[in-house]
Design a protein around this ligand. Structure first.
Ligand SMILES: [Ca+2]
Length: 508
C-alpha cells in the first residue's frame, strides 16, 4: 500500500514535466543526434568523483561517466582561449595566432574570421546552434562575437573572467543575450544551467541541435552560494571549501540539463560530452586577476599530474572528461588519445555535416574511440608551438622544449612515467633531435602570437615617463613579484612558481 502515493507523486511529476517541457514528436532512433557539449573552466583533473575526488561530490557527472565513457587521455590546450579556439576550428591555435595566453580584456583582437567554425558547419547541415556561457574568442568587435560566427542563440559572457554575481569585469558588464546586455541578479552557474534547460525545452524534435554549454565555473574569482559552501564545513581550507561548493553547484546544474533532456524525451538521441578547458590552476600567474592571491591557497587538484593551467606538463592539458549517449556509447574507461581539435570532425560526422569549407583540419574523427574504446587514430599531440617554448607528444614520448635562455629540453615516456618525473632527454639524443625538428618545422609555419604582438604594442607605446622625485618614489610600473609574458617557464621554472602555491590537496 506504500507504493500508491509514490506512484501518484511520480504521475504528478511527469505531468508537471510535460507541462514544463512538451515535445510532441519524440525522435526516432537513427536520426542525427543532438549534441550537448559541456565545458568546465579551470577544473582540476581530480576534482570530480569519477577521477577520485574524495572531498568534493559530483553525483550527476559521476552518473554520466558511469553510464558512458570516461577518458584518461583527453587533451586540451593549457588555457581558455587556445582550447576554445581549437574546439571551434578543429585546428591548433598556433595556426592562427591564438597559441599564447588568453585574449586580455583590453585587447581588440579575436579568432580569425576566415576560419569556418563548428557552429557554422553544423548550422549549414541543419542544426540549431546555441552558446550558453563563456566565449573568450574576441569581444572588442561584433565581428568576433558568437552570434556572428554561426550560433543562432547566445547567452553569457564574452571575456574570460567575471564576477559570478555582478557578471562584470573591472566594472564593465560582460553578460549578454543575443548580443544585448542583460542586467539581472543571480549566480552565473545557476543562470547558465537554467538557460540551458530552457533552451532544451524550446527545441523541436525535427531539428537537431548543438548546445555549446560553457560554464565559467570553477574559474576565479572563487565565489559560491552560501548554501553550497555550507555543505563543505568539513573542508578546513577556506578557498578549497568555496571551490568545492562551486564544483558541486556546477554538477547540480549539469543534472538540471540532463533532467531537461529526460523530460523532453530527447535524452536517448543526445550525445553529452563533458570536459574541462584546461587543467586546474597550480601557478598563481594563471589564476586570473580578480582574486587576492596573497590570501589564497590555490584550490584545484590535478591529482598526480604535474603542474596545471598554463603549463606544458600533463597537469595543464590532460583534463577530466566523459561522454554519455545511452545505447550508443559503451560504458567503459577509454585510454585512447583524444585532443580538443578532434571534436569538430567527430561532431560533423555524427551530424552528417560537410567539412569541405574548413581550412586543413588538425582534428581526426575519434568517434570509434569515444563510442567503442577502439585504438585512437591520433598518435601525435602538438601541445603547443610558441616562439619561446613548445611541446609535442608522439606515441608514448613527450618532448618539452624551452627555447629561452636558459634553454631546457625534457623528454618523458608517458607510458612508464605519466607524471613526468624522469627526464630521459640525455639518453635519447636522436629522439630529442627529431622531435625538436618537428617543433621547429611547425614553428616556421606558425602564425605570430597575437597576444605577444598586443603586449609588445602596449608595452612599447610612448607614454608618460616615470621618474623618481625628491621625497618620494613613483609607483613601480611592475610589481616586484610580477611576471613577464615569457616568464611562465618551461622546465624548472614551472616548478618554482607552482611550488609557491602548493597545498595539501595536491599530491605528487
Ligand atoms: Ca580555462
Amino acid at each position: 500500500m506504500k507504493t500508491k502515493p509514490l506512484l501518484f507523486n511520480v504521475g504528478l511529476l511527469a505531468a508537471a514535466a510535460a507541462l514544463a517541457c512538451t515535445n510532441p514528436t519524440a525522435l526516432a532512433s537513427g536520426q542525427r543526434p543532438n549534441i550537448v557539449h559541456i565545458v568546465a573552466d579551470d577544473l582540476g583533473w581530480k576534482d570530480v568523483g569519477f577521477n577520485g575526488a574524495t572531498d568534493i561530490t559530483t553525483p550527476h557527472l559521476d552518473a554520466l561517466a558511469r553510464g558512458g565513457a570516461t577518458f584518461t587521455q583527453f587533451y586540451t590546450q593549457s588555457m581558455c582561449t587556445p582550447t576554445r579556439a581549437a574546439l571551434m576550428t578543429g585546428r591548433y591555435p598556433f595556426r592562427y595566432g591564438l597559441q599564447t595566453i588568453v585574449i586580455p580584456g583590453p585587447a581588440n583582437y579575436g579568432l580569425d574570421t576566415t576560419e569556418y567554425l563548428l557552429p557554422q558547419c553544423l548550422k549549414d547541415a541543419g542544426y540549431a546552434t546555441a552558446i550558453i556561457g563563456k566565449w573568450h574568442l574576441g569581444h572588442a568587435d561584433f565581428k568576433y562575437w558568437p552570434k556572428q560566427r554561426g550560433f543562432d542563440y547566445q547567452y553569457g559572457a564574452m571575456i574570460g573572467e567575471l564576477d559570478y554575481y555582478t557578471h562584470s569585469d573591472a566594472g564593465v558588464l560582460d553578460w549578454f543575450r543575443n548580443n544585448k546586455p542583460v542586467k539581472e541578479s543571480g549566480y552565473t552557474t545557476q543562470l547558465i544551467g537554467a538557460d540551458a534547460a530552457a533552451f532544451i525545452c524550446r527545441q523541436s524534435a525535427d531539428k537537431p541541435f548543438y548546445l555549446y554549454l560553457t560554464f565559467n565555473a570553477p574559474h576565479t574569482p572563487y565565489q559560491a552560494p552560501q548554501d553550497y559552501i555550507d555543505r563543505y564545513r568539513h573542508i578546513a581550507e577556506p578557498t578549497r571549501r568555496i571551490y568545492a561548493g562551486m564544483v558541486t553547484c556546477l554538477d547540480d546544474e549539469i543534472g538540471r540539463v540532463v533532467a531537461a533532456l529526460d523530460q523532453t524525451g530527447l535524452r536517448d538521441n543526445t550525445l553529452i560530452l563533458f570536459h574541462s578547458d584546461n587543467g586546474g590552476t597550480r601557478n598563481a600567474m594563471f589564476a586570473g586577476q580578480m582574486t587576492d592571491l596573497s590570501r589564497t591557497v590555490l584550490p584545484c587538484d590535478n591529482g598526480p599530474y604535474r603542474d596545471g593551467k598554463g603549463s606544458l606538463y600533463e597537469g595543464g592539458s590532460r583534463v577530466a572528461a566523459c561522454a554519455n549517449w545511452p545505447g550508443r556509447i559503451k560504458p567503459q574507461t577509454v585510454d585512447g588519445i583524444i585532443h580538443a581539435v578532434d571534436l569538430y570532425p567527430t561532431f560533423a560526422a555524427l551530424a552528417g555535416a560537410s567539412t569541405a569549407k574548413c581550412k586543413p583540419l588538425d582534428g581526426v574523427n575519434v568517434w570509434s574511440v569515444m563510442a567503442e574504446g577502439q585504438a585512437s587514430p591520433r598518435t601525435e599531440v602538438i601541445c603547443n608551438v610558441e616562439p619561446f617554448r613548445g611541446a609535442v607528444r608522439q606515441g608514448d614520448w613527450k618532448l618539452i622544449w624551452r627555447s629561452l635562455i636558459p634553454t631546457s629540453v625534457e623528454l618523458y615516456n608517458l607510458a612508464s612515467d605519466p607524471f613526468e618525473q624522469n627526464n630521459l632527454s640525455g639518453a635519447h639524443p636522436d629522439k630529442v633531435a627529431a622531435m625538436q625538428e618537428r617543433l621547429n618545422a611547425l614553428g616556421r609555419e606558425a602564425a605570430r602570437p597575437l597576444a605577444l604582438i598586443y603586449v609588445a604594442s602596449v608595452g612599447l607605446a610612448h607614454g608618460k615617463p616615470v621618474i623618481a622625485t625628491k621625497g618620494g618614489q613613483t609607483t613601480a610600473p611592475v610589481e616586484p613579484d610580477g611576471h613577464s609574458i615569457t616568464d611562465e617557464g618551461v622546465g624548472v621554472h614551472d616548478d618554482f612558481h607552482s611550488q609557491k602555491s602548493q597545498h595539501p590537496h595536491h599530491q605528487r
